[in-house]
Design a protein around this ligand. Structure first.
Ligand code: ADP
Ligand code: MG
Length: 699
């Protein structure tokens, strides 16, 4: 290890001023070493640089002042135990009273005659005159003139337990003294030069203690050269790691590559119930091209709800099966698995391939038989939930894994498959349109196919947000739809903590609708607490048109496909997230008739909820909705925090830093192409990457 490395790798507990308690508090927020500390941006910056003459102070704004303590001491108040530490400061232009509430320890900090700098709010005192209350302070006499907390642009850090922003500022200042002059540069020189990025050491210094001429607004937008450089650095390391991972994946050899000939094309035509859209056709081509290569496919198929992803995946499965390989089709819920099973079985009925359904963990005779079929190869296509690959299921010759509605699982770890000695092609599908920046990071090592179009003849869903008081109007529209032979969904939110109450609300609503509102129609109820076979019966009845109105909690959220349903009422729409509402809405508008979606809310709406409902009524474009959702919620919440495998960045904010991310991605690709690293360097990059950005696996 070089001295430079030891400098940054020093554990924080060895720093002056960090005892066991502070070390533990810092560790709790992920700060273990000096490097961690320096690679955490301040939350924001405060301009405390301009010292003001005391004589010119105005009440109501914060000010920085410097002067000498004329007198100071503790003062008791009428409230027992409540004490005020007061001082009088004079800077030659005037004097001012300063008070700190309940900080009795200050009596051991300040002394008459000291030279100090203060920063804080200026208030009117009761009987005229001004005072400074609870200011930040710094005593100059023991700092050899260097101010850290005042008299400059200062960084404000997030509090970490006992480590206040002020303590952290001191720690960062001290830590910066440990940064060696010859700190290794992590960016290629030419890349740095091309984009005018400062060196690593200079950037670290300037990010925490900006130079005098730094612009406070740029700092607070995290857009100074120093900040951009560190963000770029993280992005560059991220993307080179992704490229290295791809390199490794490309060297993996799969079970068996497929061949495509006219016989297989004809067999696909037999199965197809309709003409593919151009988007579907292109996706099929990209997927099948991958499948013909010797290394395993890693592809994401993205398409808005109703874009028709299932048939694309089925065609890929067909190609695998025609080549004597098995396919696994994984859905996020049992209902969806069953629905896929029913659809696929119907489509494959004329073929020689056998489809198996593997749901539930129960060791029933039926399940044992299915398992045996999968193991012997008698079952060519196995449909199930994600336990299909992660559980104890053994395949005869697994060639393709299709994962439907990917964001429900998080990133599938190839390693899980590899550990079982499997190297299949993997196709993940998602209906959550992922903003490009996020897609590149979430699925950095996946190739992406997009189906941009929808099957012909679809009309955009008419979406209306209505308060509860307008329920009768809504029911009238629903009744018209039912009279015209269509079907309807009524959706209830399901909140974990109050699942029972929600189920009761949904049940009561179902009864009410059946008895009072739509007595001429059959109303069904579906919720997560029902037994699997009961759910199944209801779902099948709704699919078959034997139930006209389906009252349901959000189990229908993803994937359910009943094209005859043309109207949806979402109750308590204000409780749903934007992307979730878009998913729900995607259950209607799946055929040629005009469809409706009513978002019923309870007033008053919060600003956020209003934004969400507005976005939904304004557009049906899933990408635009995803962008807005990302803006409203931030990337952490976009997929439900870390669950989806969102990498943990130290500095990058995926919304704020999109441009830098994109720039770094291009530069990393160019660098990788110009100077391809050898296998050893690639392995090192991958290891570092996985350690640093580690994606969270789920399941
Ligand atoms: P999603 O992409 O949301 O999974 P599906 O695969 O469930 O969408 O397809 C939605 C509906 O559109 C299904 O009823 C499907 O049969 C139908 N569909 C898919 N592709 C086409 C097409 N090219 N022409 C007509 N209908 C199609
Ligand atoms: Mg689907």
């Amino acid at each position: 290890m070089t001295t430079a490395q030891t400098g940054l790798a020093t554990p924080l507990q060895y720093m002056k001023g960090v005892g066991p308690r502070r070390a533990a508090d810092l560790a709790r927020v992920g700060l273990l070493t000096i490097e961690d500390l320096l690679y955490r941006f301040p939350l924001r910056y405060e301009d405390r640089s301009r010292l003001q003459p005391v004589a010119s102070l105005q009440p109501g704004r914060p000010a920085s002042i410097a002067g000498r303590i004329l007198s100071c001491g503790l003062r008791a108040t009428r409230r027992p135990g409540f004490r005020i530490f007061e001082a009088v400061l004079d800077d030659g232009t005037a004097s001012i009273r300063v008070s700190w509430l309940n900080q009795a320890f200050l009596k051991d900090v300040f002394a008459r005659g000291q030279h100090v700098v203060l920063y804080g709010p200026v208030d009117m005192r009761g009987h005229g005159g001004l005072q400074l209350t609870n200011p930040q302070y710094e005593i100059l006499d023991d700092e050899d003139g260097q101010t850290i907390h005042t008299g400059r642009i200062v960084p404000v850090y997030e509090k970490a337990g006992s480590v206040t922003p002020k303590i952290q500022r001191r720690l960062v200042f001290d830590a910066l003294q440990h940064v060696p002059e010859d700190l290794p540069e992590l960016l290629p020189e030419e890349v740095r030069a091309r984009h005018g990025l400062p060196g690593r050491r200079a950037a670290l210094l300037a990010v925490h203690f900006p130079p005098e001429d730094a612009a406070i607004d740029l700092l607070n937008r995290f857009d100074t050269p120093a900040q951009r450089r560190l963000i770029f650095e993280e992005a560059f390391l991220f993307h080179t790691g992704v490229l290295a991972r791809r390199r490794v994946a490309a060297s993996e050899v799969k079970t068996s590559a497929v061949h495509v000939d006219d016989r297989i094309r004809e067999s696909a035509r037999q199965v197809l119930p309709f003409r593919l859209t151009p988007g579907q056709r292109r996706a099929v081509k990209e997927i099948v091209d991958d499948m013909q290569r010797p290394h395993p496919m890693n592809r994401l198929l993205q398409g808005d709800v109703g874009a028709g992803k299932t048939i694309v995946a089925l065609l890929a499965a067909l190609v695998a099966m025609e080549n004597g390989l098995q396919a696994a089709f994984m859905a996020p819920t049992e209902i969806l698995a069953e629905q896929h099973f029913a659809n696929i079985s119907r489509l494959l009925a004329p073929s020689r391939f056998r489809v198996g359904l593997l749901t539930g963990g129960a060791a029933t005779a039926a399940r044992r038989e299915q398992l045996a079929g999968v193991a012997s190869g008698a079952v060519n296509l196995a449909v199930g939930t994600h336990a299909l690959v992660q559980g104890d299921v053994r395949f005869h010759r697994l060639g393709l894994v299709v994962i439907d509605e990917q964001h429900r699982f998080g990133v599938i770890q190839r390693a899980t498959l590899r550990d079982k000695g499997l190297h299949p092609d993997v196709l993940v599908m998602t209906a959550t349109p992922i903003p490009r920046t996020l897609a590149l990071t979430l699925y950095g090592d996946l190739d992406v196919s997009v189906i941009p179009d929808t099957p012909p003849g679809r009309l955009p869903v008419k979406t209306l947000a209505k308060p509860e008081s307008r329920r009768d109007d809504i029911y009238n529209v629903v009744r018209q739809q039912l009279d015209a032979g269509r079907q309807a969904y009524v959706v209830y939110p399901l909140v974990e903590e109050s699942a029972k109450i929600d189920v009761r609300a949904a049940t009561e609503m179902a009864d009410h609708l059946a008895d009072q509102v739509f007595p001429a129609y059959r109303v069904g109820l579906l919720h997560g607490r029902m037994k699997a076979d009961a759910k199944d019966r209801v779902m099948k009845a709704f699919s078959a048109g034997e139930i006209e109105v389906l009252v349901s909690t959000t189990v229908i959220e993803v994937g359910v496909d009943v094209p005859n349903a043309s109207v949806m009422i979402v109750e308590h729409a204000e409780r749903f997230g934007l992307s979730q509402l878009h998913q729900l809405r995607g259950r209607v508008g799946r055929a040629a008739h005009q469809s409706y979606c009513f978002l019923v809310y309870q007033a008053p709406l919060s600003d956020d909820a209003r934004e969400r409902l507005k976005a939904l009524t304004e557009t049906t474009d899933g990408f635009e909705i995803a962008e807005r959702d990302l803006q409203l919620r931030g990337p952490g919440d976009f997929f439900g925090t870390r669950q989806a495998g969102v990498p943990t960045f130290r500095l990058i904010d995926l919304i704020r830093d999109r441009e830098v991310m994109e720039l770094a991605r291009r530069e990393a690709a160019a660098w990788f192409a110009e100077r391809p690293p050898d296998a050893q360097a690639v392995a090192a990059l991958v290891e570092k990457w996985e350690e640093r950005f580690r994606l969270i696996a789920v399941g």
